[in-house]
Design a protein around this ligand. Structure first.
Ligand SMILES: [Zn+2]
Length: 292
């Protein structure tokens, strides 16, 4: 699709903050820092949105938008690309840290999980995904391995087509083929947390089950989507719902759930269970940063 990018001052209420395009949880410290900078008059780079003919879909700048809302700004400069929602989705996978937060390893994992849940993306080669996301091919390998073992992958929560073999792949490997050196095919590959600490075997299932938090996020967002679709189709059942308030509440719920995503083995108890980790054996990214 031909794309044209223009820079324009957009009213905040026109900027659609869709959770599916936000690949990292809002970091309260960063929002607070941006708020002070905005209050001091610091100019921020434009946020990035896609105009799909109806909506301005934000894919880069969630912290700036949150800070702008909190400081009472009415508009933000935006780079507007005229394209599709799919393009916004693709771009959200490669948002990098040229400005704002450095990208944490956990964030790359979240992006890769979104990619593996996306029928347009999940069958692409590791190398292609790695180049787009800006991480190593090994990292994609590991994340794919973990994702395939997760309950989310097993239940197949979306209605995408079944994965198909890439056209240049042999139909089946000869039985005496040497074992692949790819880590993703090794059943003994040790699972590690986001900082590289091995997860003890007895905690592996619990660690992998963290992806169900993403199901909860999708359910929250699903309520908003269902109601807005019903309204678009003329269903008056939800006519009296304040859609902006509903979206904002869903965003808050999503932020809370995403912030609770297990990030590291609890350093206080090494996963045995203690007060710090509320007996679950893991701590969040925020807790990890607070300790570090
Ligand atoms: Zn603990």
């Amino acid at each position: 699709m031909a794309r044209k990018t223009a820079r324009k001052e957009l009213p905040l209420e026109a900027i659609q903050c869709e959770i599916a395009l936000q690949q990292r949880p809002l970091d309260p410290d960063t929002v607070a820092r941006y708020c002070s900078l905005m209050d001091e008059g610091t100019e921020f780079p434009p946020v990035d949105v896609v105009y799909d003919g109806q909506r301005y879909l934000l894919y880069d700048g969630f912290h700036r938008v949150a800070a702008a809302e909190r400081t009472g700004k009415r508009t933000l400069p935006a780079n507007i690309t005229v394209s599709s929602r799919e393009y916004a989705e693709d771009m959200s996978y490669r948002v990098n840290a040229a400005h704002g937060l450095p990208r944490q390893p956990g964030v790359v994992t979240v992006i890769l999980q979104a990619i593996f849940a996306n029928p347009r993306w999940r069958d692409k080669k590791d190398a292609e995904i790695a180049e787009w996301v800006g991480c190593s091919r090994q990292y994609v390998n590991i994340a794919r391995h973990e994702n395939e073992k997760s309950p989310e992958a097993a239940t197949g929560t979306d209605a995408g087509p079944p994965p198909s073999a890439p056209p240049d792949a042999p139909a089946s490997a000869p039985p005496d083929a040497p074992a692949s050196t790819d880590v993703e095919t090794s059943p003994k590959y040790p699972i590690t947390d986001e900082v590289g600490t091995p997860i003890p075997g007895e905690l592996a299932d619990r660690w992998l089950a963290r992806t169900v938090l993403r199901d909860r996020v999708r359910e929250v967002q699903g309520v908003v989507t269902l109601i807005s679709h019903s309204l678009e189709e003329g269903d008056t059942t939800y006519a009296l719902i304040n859609q902006a308030a509903l979206q904002s509440a869903a965003n808050t719920m999503t932020d809370v759930i995403k912030a609770a995503y297990p990030y590291a083995l609890c350093p206080a108890c090494n996963g045995v269970g203690c007060e710090t980790c509320r007996a679950c054996g893991f701590i969040t990214l925020l807790a990890w940063k607070a300790i570090g």
